[in-house]
Design a protein around this ligand. Structure first.
Ligand SMILES: *Cc1c(COP(=O)(O)O)cnc(C)c1O
Length: 385
């Protein structure tokens, strides 16, 4: 079946116990194990699957199964946030292991590797550009994984997933891909050779800026067991109500992402023609570096773009005057968000380092929402002029 159908029909579309069409919220911490002890064979099928909600909860399971199916993986694991999912996946490694990543991964992932995991002696190398050559050059005897994100944040740099995964696999590494910006609707890294996909489900999967959540999907049962062991041991699990919200959001993923993507394309085009805009970063623009590669490995450019105004004053004026874009962090919600990386996601990076990475005071990142595209263009032009 096509993904549009799988968004709705994923094996959990009706509740086995009642026939409810909505995903029931099993707001419980524990489960009656009486039948275990009676041993008279009277337990209904599936009754003994759950014992304690950290180990498993049917509402969480419905979400985990749905995302695993969409990504084409063996199993899904839902966490209390995107960084909890990433931290738990990195938790399958041990002190002394080494991970290769990119300089422009999500700020929270950068912080995890540079502060938290550093204290636990997980080593890493951040590459300026991830390519088979740079990956091969960074491999050490203790290297265990490659961790990438494409398009990257906030400059939408494109990494070749297939080639990077192949280079990693040759050396026996596993590849982890953060697929938050694309969602499985537009990009399926496991099909391109990745081993684990992670998501901040806070963004497009949830889609309504009302829940914090993270998901990891593993390609094999063996890796799934390792991630599950961390999920169950470390315990950063997603609660039943939040699992329900994300599962509910996913049902409309296709209509949301397609509409938001069409709007992002129109915004990118309109912005690139405004006199106060210096550059627009969007994989859907023909001039964007890596646009062809992106088109070859993803089904669309997505709904996130960035642009640079000519002066910092113009960037400030835009953020102060736009009436439709909320100046805020995050992305992927139904409302358009304008974030200002130097003051928000990348504020912790020293200015000189930010300049080197191209993250200047003129840079604004837009996540297109579900407002009318013409209204957004009119609002953006007014705010920019
Ligand atoms: C937001 C985000 C995360 C972190 O997710 P949280 O849900 O905020 O913890 C990780 N990766 C990317 C690409 C993100 O945008």
């Amino acid at each position: 079946m096509k993904l549009a159908t799988l968004l709705i029909h994923n094996g959990h579309e009706t509740d086995g116990a009642t026939g409810a069409l909505g995903t029931p919220v099993y707001q419980t911490s524990t489960f009656d194990r009486g039948p275990d002890f009676r041993g008279d064979g009277t337990a209904p099928a599936g009754r003994l699957e759950y014992d304690y909600a950290r180990s498993g909860n049917p509402t969480r399971k419905a979400l985990e199964d749905a995302v695993a199916l969409l990504e084409g993986g063996d199993g899904g694991y839902a966490f209390s946030s995107g960084v909890a999912a990433i931290a738990s996946v990195l938790g399958i490694f041990q002190a002394g292991d080494h991970v290769i990543t990119a300089e422009d991964i999500y700020g929270g992932s950068y912080r995890l590797l540079n502060t938290w995991f550093k204290r636990w002696a997980l080593q890493h190398t951040a590459l300026g550009r991830v390519s088979p050559e740079t990956v091969r050059a960074a491999i050490r005897p203790e290297t265990k994984a490659l961790f990438i994100e494409t398009p990257s944040n906030p400059l939408l740099k494109i990494t070749d997933i297939r080639a990077s995964c192949a280079a990693a696999r040759e050396a026996g590494l596993i590849t982890i891909v953060d697929n938050t910006f694309m969602t499985p609707l537009l990009q399926r890294p496991l099909e391109a050779g990745a081993d684990i996909v992670v998501h901040s489900a806070t963004k497009f999967l949830g889609g309504h800026s009302d829940v914090l959540a993270g998901i990891a999907v593993t390609k094999t049962r063996e890796l799934g067991k390792r991630v599950y062991a961390v999920q169950n041991t470390f315990g950063a699990v997603l609660g039943p109500w939040d699992s329900f919200l994300v599962a509910r959001g996913i049902k409309t993923l296709k209509v949301r992402v397609e509409t938001q993507q069409a709007t992002a394309s129109r915004l990118a085009d309109a912005l690139s023609r405004h006199r106060n805009v210096e550059t627009v970063y969007y994989p859907g623009l023909p001039g964007h570096t890596g646009a062809e590669l992106h088109a070859a490995q993803a089904e669309g450019p997505g709904a996130v773009l960035s642009f640079k105004t000519r002066t910092t004053e113009q960037a400030f004026a835009f953020l102060g005057r736009t009436r439709l874009a909320a100046p805020a962090v995050s992305l992927g919600g139904v409302e358009t968000i304008a974030s200002y990386p130097v003051r928000m996601s990348h504020a912790a990076i020293p200015p000189a380092e930010r300049d080197r990475l191209g993250i200047s005071g003129t840079l604004i990142r837009i996540s297109a929402g579900l407002e009318d595209a013409d209204d957004l263009i009119e609002d953006f032009y007014a705010a920019l002029s």
